[in-house]
Ligand binder design. Structure first.
Ligand SMILES: Nc1ncnc2c1ncn2[C@@H]1O[C@H](COP(=O)(O)OP(=O)(O)OP(=O)(O)O)[C@@H](O)[C@H]1O
Ligand SMILES: [Mg+2]
Length: 609
């Protein structure tokens, strides 16, 4: 193994990365802040020195030597002191404003980086992994506060170092032993702060799932969709109890750490006061022995206090930085996450679907801890034909769609498009060629036009195209009946003038279907798009759909077997693979799983007739 000559500690790497982010957000403010801080570091030195000179002059005056020179010197010192104080006071609000401004810029830089990264994930595997959500939370937190903390540490360091070196120089000249005592007294504090910082991070990490649970309870208790069930099942108090219990758990863990911190801090504060008292005693003894002037006494007492507070500030800043560096590592970790699906190094353009789709020996499970959903599945969809897939709940139909759209890659086997493995294609290009509606499609809190136009975002503002898609999906009439037509906000939570509206399940489904018709894709996939439609709308939708996809390739998934008879071929998915395949009449004649399902549904209708 190659040994590195210089080992750079992790917190330094993180500090560098954090400062890099601050610089990227706003270099001018970054530099101004450093400059102002340096200025602020010099002021205490200057004022302490002037105070000493003032006291010495005062001592001369008290001894009765009041010459004109003395008065002039006094006036000059008072003026310099006033100027230094004015500048240092003005630096405080100016730095605060610049800090706030930098914070705002940084939030934008960090949020755009984080969401850009997340948006770039081609698959959805991470989103279903709780560990990812913890990383995401801590990374956002670390990236939002860490860089400012890094800057704060740097400036505090800069400022404190200037103050510290000046005063330490004076104190060493006076009494090196005393200087060493004051300096060494800061070490236990450093040790404690570093230890506590690590514990705070460890706690934040372990409590992250509980914090997310609290957020979830809060969301449930205030969400419009959940409001119905919560009232009808009388769940409000149950969820509130859950929220409070989780809070209690979080607070108990935090309290334990706070108490530990309190015990140590009490001890260290006492130590610091003791060191100051010793220093005060040493200075007093020297003064009474007439080895110090009055000015010297104020200077050294001032020096001890200032060194203590500068050291304490530095120690605190280092510890904070160390803690933020741990959070920031999560940001780095998030940024370094690889694509959840395989990305071809030199992706191929997706050719027009001329021969068809072939699913060859595909097996899939959501993770190694999950059971197999699909096992050795073989299936083909010839170009220009419509295949229907039926199966019981949980058979793996939606999972199959996720594989076809590469939201996940198969664990084993391959999916071919015109004989080419779809993993070789450019992911975005593939998705342009496939149009899907999932059974749990999105209901966006945007206008009707946007809800449809989002099917092809480039045409979001093209009302003609949106209307055309709505007409195809049978959604046009629904939309025109809304208070503001296509401009109606489809959410009661966002419509500013109170005109926002919600739609029925079936109406939403038509809107989602319209989204599908915004694009012209080679492969159309409907995963139970008509479950909420009334029989008339369902019948019309399928007929229209079949007219529209004439010559196109499609995959239909539905539990209503009467409607999928329109498909060219039907496949039954059972136990992870295809158990039956054929046309409706043949499958009925076979009297297998399909026939059983079909008769069950048909009997139900007969019973009700
Ligand atoms: N994200 C997931 N993580 C882990 N397991 C999952 C996930 N999604 C689905 N499953 C499991 O995979 C199996 C197949 O689910 P899938 O959604 O594909 O079924 P389906 O055939 O579409 O069912 P339905 O008819 O109810 O829509 C189920 O047992 C389900 O529990
Ligand atoms: Mg499904």
């Amino acid at each position: 193994m190659r040994r590195r000559l210089f080992h750079v500690p992790q917190w330094m790497v993180s500090l560098g990365r954090m400062l890099g982010l601050v610089w990227q957000a706003q270099p001018a403010i970054f530099l101004s802040l450093i400059l102002l801080t340096a200025l602020q570091g010099v002021v205490p030195l200057l004022t302490a020195w002037i105070t000493k000179l003032l006291f010495d002059l005062l001592a001369l005056v008290l001894q009765g030597s009041g010459s004109v020179d003395l008065v002039r010197n006094l006036a000059v010192l008072i003026l310099i002191q006033a100027a230094a104080l004015v500048v240092s006071q003005m630096i405080v609000p100016a730095s605060r404003y610049l800090g706030e401004e930098l914070g705002r810029k940084l939030t934008v830089t960090v949020e755009s980086a984080v969401y850009k990264k997340i948006g770039s994930f081609g698959g959805i595997g991470y989103f279903e992994n709780p560990g990812f959500h913890d990383t995401f939370r801590l990374a956002s937190q670390g990236a939002r506060f860490g860089p400012m903390q890094g800057l704060h540490t740097l400036t505090a360091f800069f400022q404190s170092t200037i103050t510290l070196l000046g005063f330490l120089g004076m104190l060493i000249a006076f009494n090196p032993l005393l200087a060493a005592l004051v300096g060494l007294a800061a070490l236990p504090q450093l040790w404690l702060e570093l230890k506590l910082g690590r514990q705070r991070f460890g706690l934040a990490f372990s409590l992250s799932p509980d914090e997310r649970r609290v957020f979830y309870y809060g969301y449930l208790l205030s969400d419009a969709n959940a409001a119905k069930e919560i009232r009808l099942f009388g769940l409000a108090n149950h969820f509130l109890d859950g929220l409070l219990d989780t809070y209690r758990k979080i607070h108990a863990a935090r309290r334990r750490l706070d108490l530990r911190e309190l015990r140590w801090k009490l001890l260290l504060e006492a130590l610091s006061a003791l060191v100051f008292s010793i220093a005060f005693g040493v200075v007093a003894v020297q003064a009474f022995a007439r080895r110090l002037s009055l000015g010297d006494v104020t200077l050294y007492v001032n020096a001890v206090r200032s060194i203590q507070s500068a050291l304490s500030g530095m120690v605190y800043a280092i510890a904070e930085l160390n803690e933020q560096a741990l959070f920031f590592k999560q940001y780095d970790h998030l940024m370094a996450l690889p694509q959840p699906v395989q990305i071809a190094p030199s992706p191929r353009a997706v050719p027009t679907l001329t021969s068809g789709i072939e699913i060859r020996g595909v097996s899939f499970r959501y993770s190694e801890r999950h059971p197999w959903v699909l096992r050795n599945l073989d299936l083909s969809i010839p170009a220009g034909s419509c295949l229907a897939v039926v199966g019981l709940n949980g058979a793996g139909k939606t999972t199959l769609v996720k594989l076809l759209t590469r939201l996940y890659d198969p664990t084993e086997g391959q999916i071919l498009w015109n004989g080419i493995d779809i993993r070789e294609f450019d992911l975005e290009d593939l998705r342009r060629q496939v149009s899907v509606i999932f059974q749990d499609f999105m209901r966006y809190a945007f206008t009707a036009q946007e809800n449809i136009g989002l099917g092809k975002v480039e045409f979001l503002d093209d009302l003609n195209r949106v209307r055309y898609a709505a007409e195809k999906a049978g959604a046009h009439e629904t939309v025109t009946n809304l208070p503001q037509g296509y401009q109606t906000m489809l959410s009661r939570a966002f419509g500013e003038d109170g005109t926002g509206t919600d739609l029925s399940g079936g109406e939403w489904q038509k809107i989602a279907l319209a989204r599908l018709f915004m694009r012209q894709a080679d492969l159309l996939i409907l995963d139970e798009p008509t479950a909420s439609l009334d029989p008339q709308a369902e019948y019309a939708t399928y007929n229209r759909f079949m007219e529209l996809v004439q010559g196109g390739t499609c995959l239909l998934i539905s539990h209503r077997l009467s409607t999928i008879r329109v498909a060219d071929m039907i496949a039954v998915l059972e136990n992870g693979s295809i158990s039956e395949y054929g046309i409706h009449a043949d499958l009925l004649a076979r009297e297998g799983a399909y026939a059983r399902l079909y008769h069950m549904q048909a009997d139900r209708y007969k019973t009700f007739c």
